[in-house]
Design a protein around this ligand. Sequence first.
Ligand SMILES: [Zn+2]
Length: 316
Amino acid sequence: MPEGDTVLAAANNLHQLLVGQPLVVGDLNWPSAPAEGLEGHTIVEVGAYAKHMLMRLDDDRTLRTHLRMDGTWRIVRPTAREARQVSGYVRAVLGTSQWTALGYRLGLLDVFPTEREAETLAHMGPDILADSSVPTPLLKRTAAEPQLRLAPRYADERLRVPPSSLTEQGARELAAGTIRYPAQQSGGRNAEVTDYGWRIGIARFAEVPPERGIGETLLDQTVVSGIGTIHMAEALFAMGVNPWRAVGEVDVPRLLATARANMVRSSLNYPKGRVIHVHSRAGQQCHRCGHIIEVAEVGPELKRRPAFFCPHCQPD
Ligand SMILES: [Zn+2]
């Protein structure tokens, strides 16, 4: 299932290739979508918020999509056969004169006024990758959380830096809590972005019952959003934390920073940047200790998800 890093990487690609050129094709194959489609409009920005992709249009509407279980975006030239003979699995075709983006097996698609983004996403916890995407909803929500309020100069500037400009050092700084962008990457300013998404995430964890399991809590999108089973498992392995350990016994800031750093690295060089030690490796040897990786379920009834772990590196 795609996680926040996958969606952010896709959003960055689509942003680079589609923004600023009028859509010559804008077909939405979805029952509730506007029948007239999006042809003739221009995409002005593509952002990601956790697992939601937000394409902002020049008429102040937002096309939101979600990949759910197995959705994917593919970008091809308009002359490619795939763009000319569109498969029945494609839910959105967005084409400029240069590129055609095809949204396969999308699990959600809707179009609404851009000003409603914040309320549409309000049920979700802060995006673990916020600051590296375009966190408009988060900026709005932060104003309602005064103890965690942004430095005002960032709140109205909507400072946006493409994550593709991040270096390995940048990713480390990001994980540490702040990141400095050189002037040429941030619109002529030397910018230091406070890692507020991560800070709010830590605050949300403080509201979770301390006896709740850490694995299922990382997957709870209302606490922190964007983490799925892969990055849950890998962050817990990196920290040597058992997925069923109680939240109250875990160093949550370090854990979130670890998940975030893994996901930033992955989104910068997707999918090669993903480093997998335990996920989907049940029955194989642990890269660190050689014991056999196991898998079991975390989460409440009806929402059970697999958690892969090394019983030796991540003891009870
Ligand atoms: Zn191990």
